[in-house]
Design a protein around this ligand. Structure first.
Ligand code: HEC
Length: 217
C-alpha cells in the first residue's frame, strides 16, 4: 500500500515538474493558457503602438476637425492690425483687478513672459541678456511697434498680443487659457504703471497690491 502511495507521489511530482517546465517557456508578457479568458484582457491599443487600422499607422489620434475643448472661450478678433485695433477699442478685462487675480497674473507672467520682458517689464529678460535677440519695448517707457506708448496699451490690445503674438513674440493661446491671459493683462498694466520699479512697500511678498480695491487700469 505504502509502495503504491509513494509511486503515485513520485508520479505527481514528475507531472508537476513537467507542467512547471512547460509553463516557463513563453515570454513574461504571455498570459499562458487561460480558462475562458472572456474579457480579461482589454483589446485597446497602447497610445504609441503601431496601428494597422489607420493610414498613418498611428494609434494616437488627433481630435476630429472642428472639435472645441470644454470651457473654451472664442476670441473673434482676427490676428491682424485691424483685429488688434478693434479688440483694443471693444474689450475690457472681465475679471476684477483684486490682489488675488493680480498675484495669479504675476505668477503666470513670471512663467511665460519674464524671460523676454524682464522681471519689472523693462524688456531685459534672461533671453534678451544673451544678446541674441533685440529687446522688447519696456512696458513703462517703451513705444509700441504698432503705434503709441506701451504704458497706454488698452486691455484688448494686450490680450490680442498675448493671444496671437507680434513679430518676434510668439502666440500664447495654446499655453494660456482665456482667464489666465486676462490675469496677465492686469499684471502688465501694473508693471507699466510702476515704471519699471514695483514699489515693494505697497505690495505683499508676491508683488500684488495690498489694497484689494486698487484700480490697476
Ligand atoms: C520670446 C520672447 C517673448 C515672450 C516670451 C513674450 N514676449 Fe511680449 N514681446 C516680445 C517682443 C520682441 C515684442 C515686441 C514685438 C514688436 O512689436 O515687434 C513684444 C511685445 C509685447 C507687447 C507690446 C504689444 C504691442 O502692441 O506693441 C506686449 C503687451 C507683450 N509683448 C506682452 C507679453 C506678455 C504678457 C507675455 C507673456 C504671456 C509676452 N509678451 C511674452 C517678446 C516676447
Amino acid at each position: 500500500m505504502n509502495q503504491i502511495k509513494s509511486k503515485l507521489f513520485s508520479g505527481l511530482m514528475l507531472l508537476n515538474f513537467m507542467v512547471v517546465a512547460v509553463s516557463c517557456q513563453r515570454g513574461p508578457q504571455d498570459p499562458g493558457t487561460e480558462f475562458m479568458p472572456d474579457m480579461y484582457r482589454s483589446p485597446s491599443y497602447e497610445t504609441y503602438a503601431p496601428n494597422a487600422l489607420f493610414a498613418d499607422s498611428s494609434s494616437a489620434r488627433l481630435p476630429v476637425a472642428g472639435t472645441i475643448p470644454r470651457d473654451y472661450t472664442f476670441f473673434h478678433y482676427p490676428p491682424s492690425n485691424d483685429g488688434y485695433a478693434a479688440a483694443g477699442n471693444d474689450l475690457k478685462n472681465p475679471f476684477e483687478a483684486n490682489a488675488t487675480n493680480t498675484a495669479e497674473g504675476k505668477r503666470l507672467y513670471t512663467n511665460f513672459c519674464m524671460h523676454c520682458h524682464g522681471e519689472t517689464g523693462g524688456g531685459d529678460g534672461s533671453l534678451i541678456a544673451t544678446g541674441k535677440f533685440p529687446p522688447p519695448p519696456a512696458y513703462a517707457t517703451g513705444v509700441s511697434s504698432r503705434g503709441g506708448n506701451m504704458r497706454d496699451l488698452t486691455d484688448g490690445k494686450i490680450f490680442h498680443t498675448i493671444t496671437y503674438g507680434v513679430n518676434l513674440m510668439g502666440a500664447h493661446a495654446s499655453q494660456l487659457n482665456h482667464e489666465e491671459r486676462w490675469k496677465i493683462v492686469m499684471y502688465v498694466h501694473q508693471l507699466g504703471k510702476a515704471g519699471g520699479a514695483i514699489n515693494t512697500a505697497a505690495s505683499d511678498s508676491t508683488g500684488a497690491p495690498k489694497d484689494s480695491t486698487v484700480a490697476l487700469k
